[in-house]
Design a protein around this ligand. Sequence first.
Ligand SMILES: *Cc1c(COP(=O)(O)O)cnc(C)c1O
Length: 401
Amino acid sequence: MPGFEIFGEQERKEVMEVLETGVLFRYGFEGARNGHWKAKTFEKKLCELTKAKYAHLCSSGTAALSTALASCGIGAGDEVIVPPFTFVATFEAVLLAGAIPVFAEIDETLCLDPAKLQDALSPKTRAVIPVHMCGSMAQIDKIKNFCDSNNLILIEDACQSVGATFNKKAIGTFGDMGCFSFDAVKTITCGEGGAVITNSSELYDRASQYADHGHDHLGGADRGADDHPIIGTNYRISELNAAVGVAQLAKLSHILETQRKNKKTIKDAMEKIGNVTFRHIPDPNGDSATFLSFFLPDERRAREVIKSLKDNGVDGSFYWYDNNWHYIRHWHHLKEMKRAAKLPLELICSEHKVNGYDYSNISLLQSDSIMSRTISMQIKLSWSEADIEDRIKKIKNALSC
Ligand SMILES: *Cc1c(COP(=O)(O)O)cnc(C)c1O
């Protein structure tokens, strides 16, 4: 997922344009900014890419998730169904909203299993947040059907999958809102940044208000004349970060094309080697191809292979089952509800139990079974053909262990 691999002249040019005006703020200062509106430009381009009607940039993907939750009216005591394979930000945003993350099983898409959502449903469930992990997608059509038939809000965490599509429709546009991250290691980066997209003008207005202290942005050149229809916070992006994003977004189609080509070469070779099966990708044509994920027959074999990949120098290989940040197994802080201060949901929570939901005792056998057999390999942009050939040789060696 490495936009940082192809930093260059364009990023410098966009940033310099901002530095030369001295206007680092995304709103106002019309006279001084010399026509440069980097955040606005990025939002417009993101709408063109995703065909969403509205986009609002935030200071991070985590801020985008919080903004989406608030905009959709998710708050104290509401239950939100989330997957156990994600980045910690997904459940953090739910907890900080005062809501209750409820974990449901993933399937071989490595995303929420639509057939298991029912098990996590309760009268308090208000929303589902599928996470489109590692550049690919959930069975988002089925998840949307589930949400529609149960009257639930759908917020897509597409932080890892900008540019991915399902049946030609952009990931992030199936839900009421979609969230992206442009942090330092994502497909395209702003340094730090994120975005929400939506087709609803009401949700967009709420998002742009919430992420900017409630400003309705109707006061014209005088920010002080804006009204504040809701209490908000500051999740604004700076023009400097947005400027980097403008340059990176222009490179996205090149990034996707390169990743898809590199991934295909390696996957074709691995299919010939055999002994592995691949992650189920609901629409292979829409895969953004940041990772190649595959399954071994069991945990013991997966552990052998991940060690062998490392021994053979196949860098960028991940065994998420042991990872501290991406799989629930090592989220001790969540299981023990270790927090800096009382959370908004403290009113209804005791120790590690929230509303009777016991975080210290979550059993997700199907997810454990899948993740314990899964290995993902990062796909890089900078590989030459010789690099890829060399890599395939190393993978062959590693898999014959
Ligand atoms: C990166 C990421 C986030 C958070 O994004 P930041 O910009 O780092 O705050 C949220 N969800 C997932 C799945 C991510 O990978």
